[in-house]
Design a protein around this ligand. Sequence first.
Ligand SMILES: Cc1ncc(COP(=O)(O)O)c(C=O)c1O
Length: 403
Amino acid sequence: MLNQRARGISPSPTIAFDSRAKAMASDGIDVVNLSVGEPDFATPAGARAGGIAAIEGGWTKYTPSGGLHELRQAIAEKLERDNGLRYSPDEIVVSNGAKQALFNAFMVLLDPGDEVIMQSPYWVTYPEMVKLAGGVPVILRTDAGTGFALTPDMVESAITDRSKVLLLCNPSNPTGVVYSRRRLEDVVTVALRAGLVMIADEIYERLIYGTAQTVSVAALGSEVWERTVTVNGFSKAFAMTGWRLGYTAAPRPLAKAMAEVQSHSTSAPSTISQRAGLAALRSDQPCIEEMRRHFDQRRRFAMQRLAALPGMQLEVEPEGAFYVFPNVAALFGTTIRGRRIGSSDDLCMALLDLARVAIVPGTGFGSPDHVRISYAASLERLREGFDRMQAFLAECAPTPLRA
Ligand SMILES: Cc1ncc(COP(=O)(O)O)c(C=O)c1O
């Protein structure tokens, strides 16, 4: 009964592990859940108050499909202030999360068979979304050798006459890598020369650590600006995952087309969420810094504990987002508490079943030798999770050869 499109979709492994961990927790099992990609903090007070005031004040009707004008104006101001990007409100489209924002972009850019160049490890949703929009994901494998970032040569060699989009996620989910300005410029220059459109997913832009700095792709020059769709949202920086609020910023014809696509799918995001987002932008900037500091503390804690975990090797220090992405290939071929570990999937399943810790295999991120551990959990839960993983991995033994 299902069409080809539906049959071609792979389920999200992050959601699968998270759901399993939650099901175990609801059965009364104490699981440390380090699988999720959402801040554990409450939505800041200003945003919450904005949402409540919207309900009480009658902001409960449809908005224009691109979003409330005031919110688009506030987003344009944010992009100019934080990212050095100039957009007018009608070049902003507010969506149900950055997910819908990305989806709108692919829907207006891709014809059947158009290729989208992206790197692995990638965020699990990208290839599926490209396929849903009729495109073809072209995945370039990056590793510790390239610092988990694309190189200009890699992009150059992937370009064909069907190439349409270069998709960049900076800072990266799942590696936490932040592109240097230089690397970004070099990669984008190749894409621009080939006439590609850039989609820049900058949703983790505010969550950076140490000396890292995020540079917005569209800020690299006016020619780049003309060919870039910037994607961002409120989920990560403002701990607003459930409010479903994200946006694109793009030159007017693209923005107009994306708003039209959205007008025929979800109309617009909830008006209440939009008012909450407006309040967040106007009032909650110190909260972002406070959450960032907590994440940084946890990041350092996670790196320190990882260094002592047998078989897990953090090859590149994450400087953004809230994940560590160690290589676990050294554990393949071992047995732990009677479970044979042949892959990162086996390892994560064994950790969940036997150590009660949920982390996610790299398979769904296009990098099967790795696992993703989210540190968007309290230090106390992180400590407990690492204690359990350490005790579990300490029991690792080579799998006996069959006689
Ligand atoms: C890289 C990346 N982009 C986009 C999103 C979508 O975020 P949302 O739809 O909650 O705004 C996520 C969420 O996990 C993400 O990790």
